[in-house]
Ligand binder design. Structure first.
Ligand SMILES: Cc1ncc(COP(=O)(O)O)c(C=O)c1O
Length: 402
């Protein structure tokens, strides 16, 4: 199929996600002076609205013109010094990369490896913290939703582990593929640094790295010796309260963010979470009907934003992805690092509904059959349809829509 591809591209990678028309229109703006007296009217409310998304009252939110990786870097460099020990639960490509980033900034990174397909282990974390009697570990890093494997960890349980060990380490949480899609509670869970990017649950293009810091985290800034310039929180904290930035902000993205936050509030965050759960349950029903397995080992790890689907022995997940893209104009997520070739991922987050997702499931089904995987035609689509028609999530979603 050379040349023009008619119709829409079916974007089912777990970020970037579909940008709704409303947000595209909101971003279609002429440039303006970001130092004008009008500008704060756009920016100041964004911080208050973002606090609702992170569920923090006392935290400080900062918006960087960067992707999520920049927010990772900001979280580390603003609060830590070279040589500081941090403990990271590592069970997928993104937890691996975050640990690497900290290591490259000179931190002494203790990786607590868990099998890929599982998540953070609060008991092991508690054990490590109890053993650290001199409180040398300064931070515990957890990826809430490991996008590479479709695994969600229990951040509240990690908080309890810190508390049980009576350990003062800061809790750093990557919420890149959870925040605004899966319940996240910064204050309730005692998260000290929470980060996200714009291109997932916030339904925007990539380009904003968003960080929320607790008062406890901010208090550690003055002693943090990691080199920082572009990502220095202090510069933002000086300029943001009056509505300005220390450098030129990504203007259209800020207009898009305003629209995105309005849309999330209109739907209601709890309804957004219920919708993601409902869509994920439909996807999981399809996987079961295909006779395939998720990378996530047990239901308690199931992610409501991304399903990583193991291809049977003897097949390459990359072939499924390539076939889906070339033949059906469907973008599926790849297996990363040690999962390369072993799985493909369906991202089901952001601006998505049941019928859109059925299109993605149908395309995955056809692509798998095309490369020779034995799937009963229509089995995944039928199972997802029935899940959507019958489930409690559907009732909740319908009630929300009425
Ligand atoms: C969980 C998680 N953390 C961090 C990142 C890195 O974010 P970015 O690609 O926006 O820099 C990603 C990207 O997909 C992610 O899924």
């Amino acid at each position: 199929m050379a040349g023009r591809k008619p119709g829409r591209n079916f974007l089912f990678v777990p970020g970037p996600t579909n940008v709704p028309d409303r947000i595209l229109r909101a971003m279609h703006v002429v440039m303006e002076d970001h130092r004008s007296s009008d500008f704060p009217k756009l920016t100041i409310p964004l911080y208050e609205e973002l606090k609702k998304i992170f569920k923090t009252k006392d935290g400080q939110v900062v918006i960087f013109p960067s992707s999520g990786t920049g927010a990772w870097e900001a979280a580390i460099t603003n609060t830590r010094s070279p040589g500081d020990k941090v403990l990271i639960a590592r069970f997928g490509q993104f937890s691996h990369l975050w640990g690497e980033l900290a290591r490259r900034h000179g931190l002494d990174v203790i990786a607590q490896d868990e099998e890929w397909g599982t998540g953070a282990n609060p008991e092991r974390i508690e054990e490590a913290l109890r053993a650290d009697q001199n409180h040398e570990i300064k931070g515990v890093l957890v990826v809430h939703n490991e996008t590479a494997t479709g695994v969600t960890s229990d951040v509240a349980a990690v908080r309890r582990a810190l508390d049980a060990a009576k350990h003062p380490a800061l809790l750093y949480v990557d919420g890149v593929s959870s925040i605004a899609s899966i319940d996240f509670r910064m204050d309730d869970w005692g998260v000290d640094l929470a980060i996200t990017g714009s291109q997932k649950g916030l339904m925007l293009p990539a380009g904003l790295g968003i960080l929320a810091a607790s008062q406890k985290a901010l208090a550690q800034m003055k002693d943090a010796k990691c080199t920082r310039c572009y990502f220095d929180l202090a510069d933002h904290m000086r300029t943001n309260p009056s509505g300005y930035f220390p450098y030129t902000p990504a203007l259209p993205l800020l207009y898009g963010l305003r629209e995105s936050l309005a849309m999330l509030q209109e739907e209601g965050l709890d309804n957004v979470f219920a919708r993601h759960r409902h869509l994920a349950e439909g996807t999981r029903a399809a996987v079961k009907a295909w006779g395939l397995k998720l990378c996530a080992k047990e239901p308690r790890w199931h992610s409501n934003t991304v399903s990583a689907i193991m291809v049977p022995q003897g097949f390459n997940g990359a072939d499924v992805i390539d076939r889906a893209f070339r033949r059906y104009n469907l973008a599926l997520g790849a297996g990363l690092s040690q999962m390369a070739g072993k799985l493909f991922r369906i991202g089901h987050l952001g601006d998505l509904n049941e019928l859109m997702l059925l299109g993605g499931i149908a395309g995955a089904e056809m692509a798998m059959r095309d490369v020779g995987i034995e799937i009963v035609p229509g089995s995944g689509v039928a199972a997802a349809e029935e899940q959507f028609r019958s489930s409690q999530g559907a009732k909740e979603t319908r009630i929300a829509a009425e």
